[in-house]
Write a protein that binds this ligand. Sequence first.
Ligand SMILES: Nc1nc2c(c(=O)[nH]1)N[C@H]1C(S)=C(S)[C@@H](COP(=O)(O)O)O[C@H]1N2
Ligand SMILES: [Mo]
Length: 388
Amino acid sequence: MANGNTRREVLRGGLAVAGLGVLGIPEWALPAIAQGDELVPFTDIPENFSTTPRPERRRLDLRKIDGPYTPRDQFFTTHHHAIPEVDAASFRLKVTGLVERPMELSLDELKGLGSSELDAGFECSGNSPNSVQSLAGNGRWTGVPLRTVLTEAGVKTEGREIVFFGADHGEEEVLFRGRKFPVDQQYGRSLTRDQALADAPLLAHALNGEPLTAYQGSPLRLFVPGWYGMANVKWLAQIHVQEERYLGKYQARWYRTLRGEMIDGELKWKETAITKMQLKSVIARVTREARQLNVLGFVLNDGTPLRSVEVRVDDGPWQPATMDPSTSAKYSWKLFTYAWRGATPGEHTLVSRATDVNGRVQPTEAELESKKTFLENNSQFPRTVMVS
Ligand SMILES: Nc1nc2c(c(=O)[nH]1)N[C@H]1C(S)=C(S)[C@@H](COP(=O)(O)O)O[C@H]1N2
Ligand SMILES: [Mo]
């Protein structure tokens, strides 16, 4: 999977002889850009936009998406504090608070508890057109189910809130009625007991079969599939079980949305916590293959199955896109393609929209107007390209 070229060559060479149909891989699913294919340039990417400045603040160049898995060394990275140094050999995960058996587990002890794999993508809740949607990626995560560890520790009945602390920390200014209280605090996030004991959350130690990098939270991170990135606590150091709600900065204050909602004909202002990913589709890449243009994009959401993804060219009708069967896992991002025929030279606008089985439709920018804060921007993302 880290080896797109080889896969491409295999598919073009050996497999082509064997016949693609035998393997059920549709022609469009061929990875990357074939020899002779060319990228059709976007005209909406700011000139000073750089996707890979430093490994500790990396952005994904969407035009490089060539298969289901984002290579570990292209995966975006972001965090609030300095990167902590955590030595995998002496690492111990602490489990404390309202548990029958408080624990300190080494990485090997954790791995001994079980192993599970999960295809899942996520984006930062701040991902938006401003960052050319570069804060997103998809991978195969390996880890220990969180539930296994919590069951091993035995969560007491009063333990209703499960708090996850990273090893990274920094000063938080807690504002209380006009007064500031500076405190040094670890990055912390919480899940309710039910969320934490569900099937999906993983304590992940590997991405695409390789150990997490220092920037991705090595040696261990929480992974909550279907949620925005802030839930996936990196450099996980401690799981603390408590009765009361956790109201730390990155739980209660930093990751929330203010939006207006009409309830019974009256406007109500709602402040909500940022949790599950809102339905979003993004056009990532346009390539030319002989006379046809291929549009490729991805969809991220909370795992709700999709009903459709559609693409519109300029002021034309919405046209159905084709879904990539290799990305059908519940929490995987879903790749889609659209064969754009008869494109004329000049600048064109392309936009996609996703609809889920519950009839939820990805909103336009105008439809998100009542959302006042900038996180959770899942609006349709019109792209402009220059066809030569
Ligand atoms: N310990 C810790 N975990 C963290 C963060 C952080 O600042 N500290 N940032 C969160 C946010 S906001 C995001 S979007 C993801 C980014 O994960 P990535 O760098 O592997 O892409 O990590 C999350 N986990
Ligand atoms: Mo984020």
